[in-house]
Design a protein around this ligand. Structure first.
Ligand code: SAH
Length: 474
């Protein structure tokens, strides 16, 4: 090990910073956050440093002078952050002679200590260092951690600190105490903090301490998996997947998304393929409830967004009736994703002032849709589950006066490697339905904006086709 890792308590301790530029400011900001009293030696200061130094209540003192070794008197650390290498080296040498640790910015060789990249979830702090070899690597790791360690870790640590004595008294046995802590940080208390419900979290913690009232039930997170591209998952979705014991997923959920889940989570497909046999909705409810009652963290993973043509509402009602705790993580819905990946702005100042998300799957017929209002101009329609009903959609809209030349786009497998976009007009839909070999999942976009898919496309290779099937002029 080349460097000894440590966290230093710098509250009210003096630290010398030599230099007054951007780099010095960055270090001074961190030192101030840690409560240090910072002496900045420099002829000129950045505006922030200047403002802090002028503030009499501030913790930064400015010495508008050249560096001199005596400035090291009474400090616990020093930072050399000037652009002058030779001066930095002098600060380092003088510090060493006094047995002080000095950091020379961007020069590990001269430094007595180096400063790590950090993820700050105070009081929890994660520090990453490449030992001065490749700071870019440390930053890369830091960014990854930043996305996986959520903000509620800080409040969780604070809550546990407040309850520490009581928890120790309630669980004198070390092993039992460890088990209790594990349950808290992985369970309902942590979930409540993530949902920004601090008061309820504290109540739950208190309840958990008495075995009789402590809940052993798990919970369900309803997670939107987006349209397929795993890059479209939210950070909360990713975290839920990595915390899951059981994942109940639809068939629409892409494998690329499932591989991101915790390795030993059980994956259960309750998939629905159009027309194919699937697990009945009531059975899905039972499965969620059974697994949660057994104390597991269940992720109910759905394509797109759970509340858009996803029966998410019904599932929450079932959970609520069963008294199971739940959370919802929204996902990017097919209309939004397909439009973006096909280069179709869903609204447009010139062409469309509103957007309607429509399901073409209403029981056995599309006849129940309000074709009159759907046929109005200056709106964009996004039809879900319409691949098998293109003719009926075309007939319904044209029948109520929407022009047969209105542009349409069909996006198959939106955001996935095999995405295919077909651009045509409303009047072509019947032929496309009969001969176009449209594969599910596919989304139909109707409206002037659909024509822009030709000009603005950016995703996928050789996947756009323009269909102008021969049509009898009316
Ligand atoms: N909850 C989902 C929709 C479920 S309904 C969401 O918010 O996206 C299923 C329909 O969604 C499919 O029939 C299809 O119309 C559409 N769909 C879902 N994923 C799609 C994709 N990757 N490409 C195109 N259409 C998609």
């Amino acid at each position: 090990m080349r460097y000894f890792p440590l966290f230093a308590d710098l509250r009210d301790r003096r630290v010398l910073v030599v230099g007054g530029g951007e780099v010095a400011e960055r270090k001074a900001r961190l030192l101030c956050d840690a409560g240090a009293r910072v002496l900045v030696v420099a002829r000129a200061l950045t505006p922030w440093l200047d403002g802090q130094a002028a503030d009499s209540a501030g913790v930064i003192t400015h010495l508008a002078a050249d560096y001199a070794d005596e400035q090291l008197d009474g400090v616990v650390l020093a930072v050399a952050a000037t652009a002058d290498r030779e001066l930095n080296a002098r600060v380092a040498a003088a510090a060493r002679a006094r047995n002080l640790l000095a950091n020379v910015v961007d020069d590990a060789e001269l430094s007595g200590f180096i400063v790590p990249a950090i993820v700050d979830r105070s009081p929890v702090m994660i520090a990453v260092s490449s030992g001065g070899t490749a700071p870019v690597l440390a930053r890369l790791i830091r960014e990854r951690l930043e996305t996986t360690v959520d903000e509620s870790i800080g409040p969780l640590a604070e809550l546990l600190a407040r309850w520490r004595a009581r928890i120790r008294a309630a669980f004198p046995d070390l092993a039992a105490r460890r088990r209790f802590y594990t349950k808290i940080v992985r369970g309902r208390v942590a979930e409540l903090l993530r949902a920004r419900r601090g008061v309820a979290a504290e109540r739950e913690l208190e309840r958990s301490m008495t075995p009789e009232t402590g809940s052993t039930t798990g919970s369900v997170v309803l997670v939107g998996a987006g349209p397929g591209d795993p890059g479209l998952l939210t950070l909360n979705a990713l975290r839920a997947l990595q915390d899951a014991d059981v994942i109940l997923h639809d068939r629409l959920v892409a494998d690329e998304v499932l591989v991101l889940a915790r390795r030993d989570a059980a994956r259960i497909s309750v998939g629905k393929a159009a027309g194919a046999h699937s697990v009945p909705q009531t059975r899905i409810h039972e499965l969620m409830i059974e697994h949660a009652r057994a104390g597991r963290r269940v992720v109910r993973l759905k394509g797109g967004d759970p509340f858009i043509f996803g029966r998410g509402g019904e599932e929450l009602e079932a959970l609520r009736a069963a008294g199971i705790a739940y959370e919802v993580v929204p996902g990017i819905t097919a209309a939004v994703a397909c439009a973006a990946y096909a280069g179709i702005p869903l609204t447009h100042r010139r062409h469309a002032q509103s957007l309607r998300l429509v399901t073409a799957h209403c029981g056995d017929s599309v006849d129940r849709l309000d074709w009159q209002s759907l046929a109005r101009e200056r709106q964009t329609l996004a039809f879900y589950m319409g691949a098998g009903r293109l003719a009926a959609i075309s007939k319904g809209l044209i029948g109520q006066g929407r022009d047969a030349s209105t542009p349409i786009a069909i996006v198959e497998n939106g955001s996935r490697a095999d995405q295919r976009v077909t651009i045509a007009s409303l009047g072509d839909l019947t032929d496309i339905g009969a001969h176009g070999e449209i594969r599910s999942p596919a989304l139909l976009i109707v409206g002037e904006v659909a024509a822009l898919a030709g000009e603005l496309a950016w995703f996928g290779e050789l996947t756009r086709r323009w269909l102008r099937l021969d049509r009898q002029a009316a």
